[in-house]
Design a protein around this ligand. Sequence first.
Ligand SMILES: *Cc1c(COP(=O)(O)O)cnc(C)c1O
Length: 466
Amino acid sequence: MRYISTRGDAPALGFEDVLLTGLATDGGLYVPESLPHFSIEEIRSWRGLSYSELAFNVMHPFVDDAIPADDFRAMLEQTYKEFAHQAVAPLVQLDTNEWVMELFRGPTLAFKDFALQLLGRLLDYVLEKRKQHVVIMGATSGDTGSAAIEGCRRCEHVDIFILHPHERVSEVQRRQMTTVQGDNIHNIAVRGNFDDCQRMVKESFGDQSFLGGKTQLAAVNSINWARIMAQIVYYFHASLALGGPDRSLAFSVPTGNFGDIFAGYLAKKMGLPISQLVIATNRNDILHRFMSGNRYEQHQLEHTLSPSMDIMVSSNFERLLFDLHGRDGALVKDLLERAQQGPVSIEDYRWRHARKLFDSDAVDDKLTCDTIREVFERNEYLLDPHTAIGVRAARNCRRDPAVPMVTLGTAHPAKFPDAIAESGLSVKPELPVHMADLFDREERCSVLENDLSAVQAFIADHWKHA
Ligand SMILES: *Cc1c(COP(=O)(O)O)cnc(C)c1O
């Protein structure tokens, strides 16, 4: 399998290189040159497989001969064994044809574990073979950082540095990052905001000379193709659990960077019967505004009760724009360069096509809280604020009540106790047993000034072989 850039002007790469690369050299994102397609008979024959066996069938074509089949199978087996539920991604019923797929049974209680637990293993496998080392540098406002740290803590060939804004992430989120032990794990609290952290990461990727040529940076955010790939699997899993592929399903996906829902779009293109995909955003609704009015325009960042979806632009949307433009990289490049200057639109027929593929909704904090309360009162089931946005959007956008609607449950409610309290419920979401002692664990973190050279000097000094 070869991978090409969405801006059409970077070399095509194989799986191993795509795994180790962030952005393409032309500023684009890598996508597979062509997608595998599975017939209904083939998908049907996967009924009854374990999650990791299913994952092998769905992902193997993307990995191809980069990893021998038996090694890849073993890696998947180990990855999904760590999830605290036998079904890995259990489905919970809320009402007739209304479901939540719980994607928060992994070690850090958010769906990002599905991809990052695998990514760490993939990186180490490829680096071992190549006798190479990488430094992962990432900025986080919450879930990505802890999932990446957890995914990489056993890696021999990876050092990971996660920047978070000092005193601006929730205590649960901070502790999930800072209490993981391992000498390849480095937490940096920057005296600045999330944008400062992100800018430092971006500039460091652009000029890696501070590493002295002895190692290189790798990306763990969802511009990394391997993350999208791992997320395709659970759409197949939901379908097979609910009578697919002989009936189609609808999905509602709480969306920030458009990674998770893009995976659903790919599952559909690969042959899975999906009749509806709902983009669910919070008040940071650039995608909803585009879908409803063909205007792609950056607004000020809003802080909401669903912080993992607080974004101004959605990086993976570029991957969809590439398809909407007939995979013409030059058109995408031009569009996104213009989008830097101000609002842009795409040709009407392309936008109409996008509207056929997706529905969308934006849900504010009040509606998020109403939904948490409503669902708890009717079902005694506690939603986290991100999942609540998905459930609300599903109810608003649903086209056919006879089709099962599955909302992706992206986080465990105990990660976001503030939203639960704000909903007026007096229940306190409990951390699962494997994390019950989180508040007693020892923290490790370095606080640094909001200064790029200070951060780079710290990294250059602290990676394993420095
Ligand atoms: C990251 C995250 C999202 C958004 O996912 P994208 O792939 O960026 O669209 C939604 N909910 C939770 C809990 C998250 O951590």
